[in-house]
Ligand binder design. Structure first.
Ligand SMILES: [Zn+2]
Length: 237
């Protein structure tokens, strides 16, 4: 059992590393050779999505309480919400993993709608169009602050959904910013912009962000669960 958990960890972490390094390099070289409006440029956004998907998958593997529960969604075709049994949980597991990966993938990709939006605004205004310019969704302070607020809320009010949303934001949106940071630095307005991130730092942050996040969430979950157990015991007494 422990071997299986470790093997799955190595596979997912390896998938993240392959995407963040060789696949990223291949796509970046490809995009450089493409014309500005080529649809193939979307492959760059797909790499963001894969990094977000693998990062959230890894975080959920290390901290299973973060998994977005979709049993209600899928059980609507069968048993009905809240009537889970061992057989149905087993059959939902691959679908749940795919659903969680897909959600993280989409959140990571949505950030790049910024470029399309910026392009659209410039087209309406009739000014000089700067293709794929970054916009508000590429500001790094809001997701960092929002994650902090959600984690603090989880610690105070014992809401586990706050941990789930906070984790999705940090591993999907911030990892997107870190990858873009290789070319433009991190936008920390109003504090300023960091220098361009070296590639080794981008890979290091991408690989360790899910590990650090799951560590922080595990500590918060331990506190939340022990508080809830204590509250229940007091209630029962
Ligand atoms: Zn971007």
């Amino acid at each position: 059992m422990v071997e299986m958990i470790f093997l799955k960890f190595v596979i997912v972490w390896g998938g993240l590393l392959i995407t963040a390094w060789p696949v990223n390099n291949f796509v970046e070289n490809l995009v450089l050779k493409l014309p500005p409006k080529s649809l193939l440029r979307a492959s760059d956004t797909v790499v963001h999505g894969l990094i977000g998907g693998f990062s959230f998958w890894l975080t959920c593997h290390l901290c299973p309480d973060l998994v977005l529960d979709v049993s209600c969604l899928f059980s609507s075709f069968g048993d009905g919400c809240g009537r889970k049994n061992k057989r149905s949980e087993f059959s939902y597991a691959p679908l749940a993993s795919m659903f969680n990966f897909a959600v993280a993938f989409m959140i990571s990709c949505i950030v790049d709608l910024d470029h399309v939006f910026q392009d659209f605004i410039q087209m309406i205004n009739g000014g000089v169009r700067v293709p794929w310019e970054r916009g508000v969704l590429h500001l790094s302070l809001p997701p960092l602050i929002l994650t902090l607020i959600l984690y603090i809320s989880a610690a105070i009010f014992h809401y586990i959904w706050c941990l789930k949303f906070g984790t999705l934001i940090i591993v999907c949106i911030f990892s997107h910013h870190v990858r873009d940071g290789i070319h433009h630095g991190l936008w920390l307005h109003p504090l300023g912009i960091t220098p361009k991130l070296p590639q080794w730092l981008y890979i290091f942050i991408t690989q360790f962000l899910p590990l650090v996040t799951s560590g922080v969430v595990s500590i918060l979950l331990y506190r939340i669960k022990s508080k809830l157990i204590l509250t229940n015991e007091i209630y029962i007494v």
